[in-house]
Ligand binder design. Structure first.
Ligand code: GLN
Length: 205
């Protein structure tokens, strides 16, 4: 099997945690891959999979646009490259945001037919952990939420993977996976393995 390249958008947010978790998952799955940190344009087109981390979606979105990375991510998404967005990454993947998103005019990638509430759990509870059921996993996943968003609506071909108190907190549409929580902050690698399986299905490796 050839080496695959997994790119992490490394402009802002929890980049190292994603890199470490993915390296652990690869080791565990006995697979080789290069983790590439993406800070400027020209690298996204060389990657077989992409991760958009959590952080601050306004800043991240603006910097990605400025660096010319956003348009490359859109092209990669349309070409079928698997993309995982966590937290702020989920917000950026959405086609439609809430009033706050509209008012600030923050740029979204618009790659998933989902509506998001950017700070759904942000104000009431800055951060918390909770086991959630996740479709395809045989036992609950301990989800870490940090000023987390949620998905308030989605089209039919979006597969809802997880809910917390009725709110959608994980979903997939074809090659795109969006998570309101942070799987890279726990030792449970099952969601990373799920993402690696999405890579197998693209036939690029
Ligand atoms: N709600 C935050 C935002 O939209 C994201 C928080 C996070 O990524 N931990 O920027």
């Amino acid at each position: 099997m050839t080496d695959i390249r997994i790119g992490i958008i490394a402009i802002q947010g929890n980049i190292e945690e994603h890199a470490n978790a993915m390296l652990k998952a690869l080791k565990h799955a006995n697979r080789r891959a290069e983790i590439v940190k993406i800070k400027h344009r020209g690298i996204v087109p060389t990657c077989d999979a992409l991760i958009i981390p959590g952080g601050e979606s306004t800043t991240l979105g603006r910097l990605m646009e400025r660096e010319g990375i956003s348009s490359e991510i859109k092209e990669a998404a349309h070409a079928g490259i698997p993309i995982m967005g966590t937290c702020a990454g989920l917000v950026l993947l959405a086609k439609k945001g809430d009033r706050q998103v509209d008012m600030t005019g923050q740029p979204l990638l618009g790659l998933m037919d989902i509506h998001v509430n950017r700070n759904a759990f942000g104000r009431q509870r800055e951060s918390f952990e909770c086991p959630v059921d996740f479709r395809g996993l045989d036992s609950p996943f301990n989800a870490v939420f940090i000023r987390a968003p949620c998905i308030t609506g989605c089209k039919e071909d979006v597969e809802v993977l997880s809910r917390y108190e009725g709110f959608i907190v994980a979903a997939r549409q074809k090659n795109i996976l969006a998570l309101a929580f942070h799987p890279e902050l726990t030792d449970d690698l099952r969601i990373h393995h799920y993402f690696l399986r999405m890579l197998d299905l693209t036939g690029t490796v």
